[in-house]
Design a protein around this ligand. Sequence first.
Ligand code: 13P
Ligand code: SF4
Length: 314
Amino acid sequence: MISEEIKKEIIRLKKEKNAVILGHYYQIEDIQEISDYVGDSLALAEKVLNVDCDIIVFCGVHFMAETAKILNPSKKVILPDMEASCSLAESCKAEDFAKFKARYPDHMVISYVNCSAEIKALSDLICTSGNAEKLVNSLPKDQKIIFAPDKNLGGYINSVTGRNMVLWNGVCMVHDAMQAEEIIKLKVKHPEAQVIAHPECNGALLKVADFVGSTKAMLNYIKKSDCQKFIVATETGILYEMKKNNPDKEFITLSDSENCACADCSYMKMNTLEKLYNCLKDEKPEILMSDEMIERAKQPIIRMLDMSKQLGII
Ligand code: 13P
Ligand code: SF4
């Protein structure tokens, strides 16, 4: 089937099965277009709580679909490719993390949402890149904290909050590979451009950025800024939304640098229109979890959503 036919079939199946498609900003354009809601991790996690449907098709990576199931367990949650993982989630296995955590018995555990349900169940509070700074700032100054699994996001939050959180040694393979040197070369070519970066990037890169923020924060920043040109240090899927919202502005990515560091997440890009169609047709692969795991992993996510509401972030 050609793309347009597949899209029509997806729309037909979606109606027939009372399904809702949630898509992350890093998905391919065709999937973003056909999604009922497109957002970053925080927005999609919140959306899941109030969707009126029988099936949630989560076009993102496994930990995101798992989070959707945890938050709304009565729904059937399916994702186009079960192998769509995340280097952060892969870096942090429950058995190793439990041992790590045991070394710091007086610390609370904050985990970035990019982790498995097992790690969430071992955590006190979940955060996303969109709320991490405010959540950490809202805790007592003397609160000892373990932050997992992203050492770059954790290091960035330490630097802006003055905390000294103990960091798990994980990285996002896409953002961590982006090099400050390449950004500087682009900046020399385009001196009028501003550098905007996701906090999953390494510390050296964040130092040369004009603005550091989550996916949503970057989108808001570009909309409000008078600047016309941006060097974007994040996953390329977001360019679709950036260009749609700002047709007159120009975006340069690391793929435009001489030593092209591909800024595509191979996990996110595993989802295709064909796989989306098949998963809706067959209603699988499905996220299945024990009630006990759902209950344990849910507590720190609900705490994040409650605190985010109180702090006016959502
Ligand atoms: P958000 O900015 O949506 O939280 O996510 C970044 C990311 O890498 C998702 O995998
Ligand atoms: Fe994980 Fe990075 Fe891919 Fe996001 S972009 S899913 S953090 S590997």
